[in-house]
Design a protein around this ligand. Structure first.
Ligand code: PHE
Length: 346
């Protein structure tokens, strides 16, 4: 019965080693050592012939039981090791949910474009078409077609950035008026606005910037009068600043309009009584406008005996400053996040 004792011994050793395994690799090594083809247990199985026939059945069973016991201990231990590994991993990867999250910065429309969108919406609501202009213009469109020939003193009003003798950075969106009329194939009615940037050699300060936005408006049709201009701008101002705002037209001069006017809006701050905002006058200037000059109509291919029109040019930042109480035009271009954020919350 020496072999039966041997089986018991193998089993005891195997179970002991399995119990002592610290990780999966060690466990696999023990498993292979005891259950592989060349193991002691297999050798005993091969020695079956030397066992007396009467004892063979019980000996075979003893070996099988031993094998099963080792397998069972192995899978038990395997489960325990895997559970321990997982527990260690969870412990190591613990997330501290009490930490405050990182602030996410969400981008938004720049106030400059936001105000353009608002103004554009109002004019589109009145049936204006939106045209795109160009920042780099020819002297021809920026000046000549607008009744400002080369030696005209009005050129001094707008200190121009010239690129070449005939190319320049647009000083006014009025260049878009000329484009609209010249490019209108059937020379029929026009009702358009053109938002865009303009450039002048100004010294930057609180109210001046060498770069600023304008929205040009142009209406050309038969029988268009200054009353139409006034009605259009009144509606715009009321939609932009509120029902209570009024406008007033003051006589002015632009080479491309006749008559020309400057348009003021009643001061929202003091309601017209006079304050710092309106320099005591009760009114704040917001734009230049007028009836399209017959020379301009003619140069752009329209017969001034048949057609008339009005045009206006409104400063984008000016409107934003009044609407949102922004104190310095330069803020639009400095990209200071605090300003941009501040503006959003208003
Ligand atoms: N272009 C003029 C300016 O920049 C404004 C204007 C536009 C005046 C259209 C009359 C008509 O000052």
């Amino acid at each position: 019965m020496e072999q039966a004792a041997k089986v018991e011994e193998i089993k005891g050793k195997a179970l002991g080693e399995i119990a002592g395994c610290a990780d999966e690799a060690a466990l696999i090594r023990v498993h292979n050592a005891y259950l592989a083809k060349k193991s002691e247990l297999s050798a005993l199985m091969g020695a079956m012939k030397s066992v007396p026939p009467t004892e063979r059945a019980s000996f075979g069973k003893a070996i099988n039981d031993c094998r099963k016991a080792i397998e069972a201990a192995y899978s038990e231990k395997e489960k325990a090791i895997k559970a321990a590994v997982l527990a260690r991993k969870l412990e190591a990867e613990t997330i501290d949910i009490s930490l405050p999250p990182r602030e996410r910065k969400i981008g938004h429309v720049n106030p400059y474009y936001q105000i353009i969108d608002e103004m554009t919406d109002i004019f589109v609501g009145m049936g204006f078409e939106v045209k795109e202009g160009r920042d780099v213009e020819t002297d021809h469109y920026n000046f000549e077609l607008l009744n400002v020939p080369k030696d005209h003193p009005a050129r001094d009003m707008q200190d121009t950035f010239y690129i070449t003798d005939s190319l320049l950075l647009r000083t006014q969106t009025s260049a878009a008026q000329a484009h609209a009329m010249v490019e209108k194939a059937d020379k029929g009615p026009i009702k358009m606005i053109c938002p865009g940037k303009c450039y002048r050699r100004d010294d930057d300060d609180v109210t001046h910037s060498h770069q600023f936005g304008q929205i040009e408006g142009l209406v050309v049709d038969k029988g268009v009068s200054l009353a139409d201009l006034k009605g259009t701008l009144e509606l715009f101002v009321k939609k932009m600043f509120g029902e209570k705002r009024q406008i007033r037209l003051r006589s002015s001069y632009f080479p491309f309009t006749e008559p020309s006017v400057e348009v003021d809006v009643s001061c929202a701050h003091c309601g017209g009584k006079g304050c710092d905002m309106c320099k005591g006058t009760g009114w704040i200037e917001i734009l230049g406008a007028g009836e399209v000059h017959p020379n301009v109509l003619r140069m752009c291919g329209y017969d001034p005996e048949v057609y008339s029109g009005f045009a206006f040019g409104v400063g984008v930042e000016r409107i934003a400053i009044l609407r949102y109480g922004i104190d310095d035009i330069r803020r639009f271009y400095q990209n200071d996040e605090r300003f941009l954020k501040d503006y959003l919350e208003k």
